[in-house]
Structure formats: C-alpha cells, structure tokens
Design a protein around this ligand. Structure first.
Ligand code: PRP
Ligand code: GUN
Length: 179
C-alpha cells in the first residue's frame, strides 16, 4: 500500500491532535443538550470512532450509507442511499460526521433529506475540506483540515475500497488511479 502513496499529507500525530480539538469543541458547544452523531459510511468510520472518544457529553450514534463515487475518483453527481438511519431524528440535535467534502454533492443531498425529517438542529463535522472541488455552497460548522485538490486516501478514505486502513492521510500516486 505504502508504495502507492506519493506523499503523506496529514500524519497520525496531526490527526490525533485535531480530532481531540474537535471533540472538545463539540462537547462545549452541545453542553447540556443531547446529541445524535450520524456517521456517513464507509469513509467516516475511522474518524467517527476516534472523534466520539473525545466527546464528553452523552451521545447516540447512527449510520447512513450513501454513495456518489462508486469506484471513480470524481463524483457521479447521483447520490444513492444504500443504508438509511435506524431511528427517527425528529426533534433531535444531529451532527453529521464525514471524512471529506469535495464537490459537496453528497452532503447537499443528505442535508436536504435530514432537514425534511424535522430534527431540532443539523450540523456537519468533516475531517477534510477540499474547497477547490466544490460545486455547491455548503455551510460546515466543524472542519479538521483544508486540503488541496488531489485524490486522498487513508484514515477511512479509499480508492476502489483499498487504503482505508492506512493510519494517515496520503496523496495517491496518479498512476494508480489513471491505470
Ligand atoms: O463532496 P463530494 O464530492 O460529494 O464527496 C464526498 C463524499 O465522497 C466520499 O464517499 P464515497 O461515495 O466515495 O463513499 P465511501 O465513504 O464509502 O468511500 C466521501 O466519504 C464523501 O461521502
Ligand atoms: N478517497 C477519496 N474520496 C473522495 N471523495 C471525494 N474526494 C475524495 C478524495 O480525495 N479521496
């Protein structure tokens, strides 16, 4: 796997520190409130499990799986729900946890669906934000790192389902996804 990585963009230490900081901020912002954390499968799994260890208020978790990329490196623009939430979110504070916002199409679609279910509030926490890729405007309350316009893998992010278990965020060599 390592030989397919052009450069380590964010190392384990940087990830750990940032996740800790985000967890503290979320704990402070939702103090005295209840919170449901929604993990968007599969890319956000590693981030979400680390993040919730750093959230110090009681939370519930739920999972949703949507896909717009398939095995491609650019969004198809068509977002498909593969797995919906298990529970109702009516009247609840919702925090959507994502690994990356690129075109914004996935979250734009998700926000519309979740807001139509009458939650008390919905906010987004994304580990990575790639503003150069954006096709739709998106308000993101919590962002870990602003990243350049390159295809990233590791810490949950994949290319064709591979590299998710790398403990850092790396830039994938172009010859891997162009071949
Ligand atoms: O802002 P966008 O351009 O919509 O891209 C962001 C989405 O792309 C990735 O999901 P993917 O469909 O690859 O599924 P995965 O999380 O299961 O890898 C990522 O996890 C985000 O959900
Ligand atoms: N793995 C991965 N998935 C993405 N989805 C949107 N942008 C990216 C990216 O850079 N890497």
């Amino acid at each position: 796997m390592k030989e397919d990585i052009r450069e380590v963009l964010i190392n384990e230490e940087q990830l750990k520190n940032k996740v800790m900081k985000l967890g503290k901020q979320i704990s402070k912002d939702y103090e005295g409130e209840s919170l449901t954390v929604i993990c968007i499968l599969k890319g956000a799994v590693m981030f979400m499990t680390e993040l919730i260890k750093n959230i110090e208020i009681p939370i519930e978790i739920d999972f949703m799986d949507v896909s717009s990329y398939g095995n491609q490196t650019t969004s198809s623009g068509v977002v498909k729900i593969i797995k919906d939430l298990d529970s109702s979110i009516e009247g609840k504070n919702i925090l959507i946890v994502e690994d990356i916002i690129d075109s914004g199409l996935t979250l734009n679609y998700l926000m519309k669906i979740l807001k139509s279910r009458s939650p008390k509030s919905v906010e987004i926490c994304s580990l990575l934000d790639k503003p150069e890729g954006r096709n739709v405007d998106m308000e993101v309350k919590y962002v870990g790192f602003i990243v350049p316009d390159a295809f990233l893998v590791g810490y949950g992010l994949d290319f064709a389902e591979k590299y998710r278990n790398l403990p850092y965020i790396g830039i994938l060599k172009e010859e891997i996804y162009l071949s």
